[in-house]
Structure formats: C-alpha cells, structure tokens
Design a protein around this ligand. Structure first.
Ligand code: SF4
Length: 467
C-alpha cells in the first residue's frame, strides 16, 4: 500500500468527509450553493444527496454519527462487531454493540474518492487473500487488515451457505486479526420445517456468543425497543415501495440507496425511522403532483437491478439514470420480505412478520428477518427454485412495472455470475428485456464507467426501451 494511504485511518477519513458534508446545508441554500464550488472532487456526490432535501441531510448526519461511534466505541466502553450488509443490525443495537458494516464502509470510500479504494483492495491480496473475491468486502477490509481503522472485537458472519466469497472474507479477517468469529449458516432451502428450526437454533447460539463476548445478557426492554422500531421501518419501506408502483414513479431513484443503506447500517434505530418518514413525505408530495422522482419530473423508462448497482465515484450510476429521466426502481438489495411488501403478496410464507409478545417471539422475528435479508434469501439455493432469485426478480419487476432489468457483476460474485446467463434467458422469455453488465461495482479497473454507460445506452436504444 502506498505510504500516503497510511497517514490517516480509513474510518476517520471517511467520517471527516461525511461529517463535513452533513454540515454543508446548516446555513442557507445560497451559502450551500456557494460552498459547493469550494468542495473538493466529491461535490457531485454531495449534491446528489443534499438536493433530496431533508432525507439527504438526515442520511448524512446519521452516517456521520454511525461512523464516529465506530472509532470512539472503545472510549465509550462499547464493543464493536464486524458484520456483513446482510445481517440486521437491530440485535446489536439491543446489546449496545456498535455494528461495523464492512460493505457499508467499502461503499462509502468507493463513491466518495475519485482515486477509488484500489490500494485497500490490493492490500488484501498483498497479505494473502484471493484476488477473485468480492470487492464489496475487500475494499474496507484492506484498511482493517493494515491496522488503518478501529479493531473490531468480534465478527458475525451471515453468509456461509449463501455466498462463499463473502464468508471467506470474514473468516480470513478472523484468522488474520485473531478475532473471535461466529457464523450463521444457511441451508439451501427457506421455508421447510428443518430449515426454519435450524435457523432459529443457530440464531440463538449466536446470541449466546454475543453474550459471551460482551459479558451482557440480552435485555428484553431494549430488544423490544429495537424490534418495535424495526416494525415501523418495515411499514414505511412498504409504503415507499407501494408508491413506487405508480406511473410515473414518484420515488427519487437515489432513495433505493437510502433504503438499503439505512437498513444495513441503522436498522432498528430511531434515526432510521425518522429518515424513512422524511423520504415517504417527499415521495407523497411527488405523487400528489403526479410527477416522477427524477430531476426532470419525467419518466422515459423504468429500470430495476436484479442484484446490486454500481457504486464508484460520485454515485454516477444514479446520476446517469436521473439525467436520462429513468425511474430507478431499486435492486435486490431493496427486497427485505417484510409482511405487507407488495412483492410478497401471495408468497407470505417466504416473508416475515414482527411479533413482540415475548422474548422468544422477538428473537424468532429477528431470526426470520435475518434469513430473508437481501442475498441471504434469494441466492442461497438454485436460482430457479420456488422463492429463489428468478422468482424474486420476476415478481419485483412485474410489481414495480420495470421496462428493463440490469445486472452488474463479475466472476468475483461466483454465485450470481454462474447463474446470470440462465436467469437472463428466463426473464427475456417472460418479456423482460435484460442486460448483463460485466463490471465490478466497486472497482472501475475492471470496466470503466464510460464503457458501462455506452453499453447501457445502446441496450436501451436498440431494444426501444426509451419512451
Ligand atoms: S453475492 Fe456477490 S456481491 Fe453479494 S457478497 Fe457475494 S460475491 Fe459479493
């Protein structure tokens, strides 16, 4: 890793940028506009978020507090758990443990810095981790392996059985840094008795592990608080996604990022509820005016990503969609399968509900929720089995009235890359135009942003998707 990257800690650098960004709109709008011209290279991403008004400002302030909690946790007497994005953090907030979302930290670095996160990505390989692994973990992981960020106290991994490359990152981190590790394993099925029983027991063993690591028993009142907050958040997301079915879609495309970002980092907290309420208010205002959530207020096409989006510098994916007046409908990362979700209608057994009756029901609610997190639900088994990837993509595309579906990925994402051509054949047969973008969502060295937009534009034009 180059020397200049070792001068400051990764988490501190990300925090200082986001903290400053979160204060840019504390004055008047005129002051903010003037200030933008002095902002370094990340002014585009800053404006993409701030121009959403209250939700954008709330998101930046919440992220600033979230990251500061990480590197001040030990001073505050708190423990830190390194987790994957597909682990609901509410349980950790109930323990007063700081959830350190590895992919959240990778993504923040990736969209803030023009120089990208290449040095951190490559550092993992310098110390022996495979280059053909998922960059979602490998980005921030490089900083943690190099000691350029706070040291987590324990690791919770929720991907064995679902994504081997993800699970390997966490087990490598545990071995390399000598940090205690618990892995939730997922069977390839979801709704049968054996799978349900296994997941519940495994989740309880994990709680025992957290109790051992923290020296604290799970507090029922604190758990109730976060579980109730989770239920409110689930309802708000349902309402936002319900309104997204309107034509034109009144939801700003970047709200898809806000939804999963908030759920992955802040799920179960009051600030997450406040953020989602502000987003819903904004969507309802657009719906009342019958305008699309794009900057132009118009809708030339509606797009859905069958798995993840593209997260490099300046959130260019969202800006590009917005500039082309494409209503962005979200991705697999926005499908949480809570009760009441429009895409879960008729498939209730695949979803989950929140039950706060007693300690057991609350733990079960979180266990079932964890088993339905994005990726954990749909990539765990064969892509075309009931309730798996194909079903979820087709269901969401139809419900959200998508004109096209896009896939971003490489063979680093082994499970999805191995299935995507078959999935695309099936979706095409069902009349959903589907484009496969060979590109890495966190590393532009694989395919440049220019080549991505050329291909996307060609696809939308040749397939006559633009209205
Ligand atoms: S499924 Fe793909 S993108 Fe998701 S964690 Fe695994 S390798 Fe990364």
């Amino acid at each position: 890793m180059r020397r200049e990257f070792k001068e400051y800690n990764y988490d501190w650098m990300i925090w200082s940028i986001i903290d400053n960004a979160s204060k840019t709109h504390d004055g008047t709008d005129k002051e903010y506009r003037n200030l933008l011209s002095f902002a370094p290279h990340f002014k585009d991403v800053l404006d993409a978020i701030i121009r959403q008004g209250e939700p954008g400002i709330l998101l930046l302030k919440a992220l600033s507090a979230y990251i500061k909690d990480m590197f001040t946790a030990h001073e505050m007497g708190k423990k830190i758990a390194l987790i994957s994005y597909c682990f609901p953090p509410a349980l950790l907030y109930a323990f007063d443990v700081v959830p350190l979302g590895l992919e959240v930290m990778t993504t923040l670095g990736s969209f803030i810095w023009k120089r990208g996160i290449w040095d951190y990505l490559d550092y993992c390989c310098e110390v022996g981790f495979t280059e053909t692994s998922c960059t979602a973990q490998r980005g921030a992981l490089g900083a943690y392996l190099a000691g350029l960020a706070v040291r987590p106290d324990f690791i919770l991994c929720s991907t064995p059985g679902v994504c081997d490359t993800n699970a390997n990152s966490f087990s490598f981190a545990s071995a390399y840094l000598d940090i205690p590790f618990y892995q939730l394993n997922y069977p390839p099925t979801l709704t049968d008795e054996r799978a349900i029983k296994y997941q519940r027991e495994d989740f309880r063993h994990m709680i025992a592990f957290i109790e051992e690591q923290t020296g604290n028993k799970l507090d029922i009142d604190r758990l109730r608080e976060v579980v109730e907050e989770t239920a409110k958040q689930d309802e708000l997301v349902c309402e936002i996604q319900d309104l997204q079915r309107l034509v034109p879609n009144p939801t700003p495309g970047i709200f898809a990022l806000f939804v999963f970002g908030a759920k992955f980092a802040l799920g179960g907290t009051k600030v997450c509820t406040k953020l989602l309420e502000a987003m819903l208010k904004r969507v309802k205002e657009n719906a009342a005016k019958a305008v699309a959530g794009t900057s132009s207020g118009k809708e030339r096409a509606r797009g859905f990503c069958c798995y993840i989006e593209h997260f490099t510098t300046d959130l260019r994916f969202w800006t590009w969609m917005d500039k082309n007046s494409i209503s962005y409908l979200g991705s697999g990362l926005d499908l949480f399968w809570q009760e009441g979700a429009s895409y879960a209608k008729g498939r209730e057994s695949e979803g989950y509900s929140v039950d706060t009756t007693n300690l057991d029901t609350m733990i079960d609610s979180l266990a079932v929720q964890a088993a339905r997190m994005p990726m954990v639900k749909q990539i765990r088994g064969p892509y075309d089995r009931p309730g798996m990837w194909l079903d979820d993509v087709v269901g969401a595309s139809k419900i959200f009235k998508a004109d096209f579906v896009a896939y971003f990925g490489t063979m680093g994402c082994r499970n999805t890359w191995g299935m995507i051509k078959l999935l695309a054949k099936d979706t095409e047969k069902l009349g959903i135009p589907t484009v496969i973008m060979y590109s890495d969502s966190w590393d532009d060295r694989v395919a440049s942003w220019g080549s991505i937009t050329d291909r996307l534009d060609e696809f939308l034009t040749v397939r006559r998707i633009y209205k």
